[in-house]
Design a protein around this ligand. Structure first.
Ligand SMILES: Nc1ncnc2c1ncn2[C@@H]1O[C@H](COP(=O)(O)OP(=O)(O)OP(=O)(O)O)[C@@H](O)[C@H]1O
Ligand SMILES: [Mg+2]
Length: 356
């Protein structure tokens, strides 16, 4: 990346050149060199250990520029017109009056405005490395989709955010708090602010729908039964289930789509600011997939929830995601908007999209 050029945008100022400012926050494979600080959503080739890539800025040209990495390798300059557009958007960003207040590279700690942030996370099981220098973040109200081949560490990433796992090195921040070193009880406090929708809904089979949705309320609050019922009804209605029809049913009596919706109702019972979804649409027919996708979008739109969605379903990812993170070979291979991903000419990303 063009290190000393202050006329460039870098989106994770803590991990990058202090001369640069970040109008939008970062999703930065921190230990991955940026292909070009002004090209958001770039696919990241296998990389050495320092540098930063960056997150696309709204209004920045969406070139989905996988060629950035190649440019570095072969020394080709970016296309002239494109470079002009990029520089214009950088100048606009630098005029932002908030720029001075932004964190600088030397500041430790989480990026401003980030609700969830992974910073240079390494994690292995035994001698097998699963995640290496993984960094990305979600700002308030964003939906970040994490995609990748099976076994690349997507569910592991959610477990890190839930603090079910701790990174070997690097940090995980939730709303500015480093959760990596929290004790079990402190982790519970943080977890209360999150709702998790597990793959396959993971409802308690022997409990009624009512008891499933009431479960986190009984666990984490001292609401009386009247308040619990009020909330259970409210959440079931939010996910478009009729409380009086389903409350007494067992999960086995529901369709797959209904079970998923009950899973979402249970996850939102405590009004979490953060929702984590692991394959929320897997195994569902296209229509029900659409229903669940709209539900995730509704949570974001109406309640301002910040979401991390692990999914194999590119169609629904493209509908709901603010940004897509592609995990491949232990690292973030790509981070950018769906538009950038579609336009990205990195071979791996194109193969991954499979002609979508
Ligand atoms: N507790 C664990 N102990 C040892 N290895 C683990 C553990 N949890 C996960 N792994 C391994 O880490 C790798 C990543 O697992 P993870 O479940 O995060 O993959 P994933 O991307 O979610 O895959 P899928 O798309 O199949 O759900 C896998 O190879 C898995 O076998
Ligand atoms: Mg998984």
């Amino acid at each position: 990346m063009s290190g000393g050029d202050s006329d460039t945008r870098v989106t994770n100022p803590r991990l990058s050149d202090p001369d640069r400012s970040d109008p939008r926050g970062a999703a930065s494979p921190a230990a991955s060199p940026a292909p070009d600080p002004a090209t958001g959503g770039a696919a990241l080739p296998p990389q050495p250990r320092d540098g930063a890539s960056e997150r696309a800025h709204e209004g920045q040209p969406h070139d989905g520029d996988a060629r950035a990495g190649e440019r570095r390798a072969d020394g080709r300059a970016p296309a002239e017109g494109k470079e002009r557009r990029i520089r214009a958007s950088i100048r606009d960003a630098l005029r932002d009056p908030d720029a001075e207040a932004r964190p600088r590279a030397e500041d430790p700690g989480p990026a401003k405005g980030a609700i969830i942030e992974l910073e240079r996370v390494h994690l292995g099981f035994g001698d097998r490395t699963i995640l290496e220098d993984v960094s990305f973040l979600a700002q308030r109200g964003e939906t970040i989709a994490v995609v990748g081949e099976s076994g690349t560490g997507k569910s592991t990433t959610l477990k890190l955010i839930l603090r079910h796992l701790q990174p070997d090195s690097g940090r995980v921040y939730v709303d500015g708090e480093d959760i990596s070193g929290l004790s079990f009880s402190e982790a519970l406090r943080v977890r209360k602010r999150m709702g998790m929708v597990f793959q396959g809904a993971a409802l308690f089979d022997s409990m009624s729908v009512y008891e499933n949705v009431a479960y986190p309320l009984r666990e984490h609050t001292d609401y009386d039964e009247t308040e619990i019922e009020r909330r259970v009804r409210e959440k079931l209605e939010f996910v478009d289930l009729e409380p009086d029809r389903v409350m007494e049913q067992l999960p086995s009596e529901l369709s797959g789509g209904m079970r998923k919706r009950v899973g979402v109702a249970r996850a939102i019972a405590n009004d979490p600011q953060i929702m984590l979804y692991d394959e929320p649409t897997s195994g569902l027919d296209p229509l029900t997939t659409g229903t669940i996708t709209r539900l995730i979008m509704k949570l974001q739109r109406e309640l301002g929830v910040t979401s991390i969605v692990v999914s194999h379903d590119i169609r629904s990812v493209f509908r709901m995601a603010s940004y897509v993170a592609v995990l491949a070979d232990k690292r973030i291979r790509f981070f950018g908007t769906p538009e950038e991903m579609a336009a990205c000419d990195d071979r791996y990303i194109q193969d991954f999209l499979g002609g979508f």
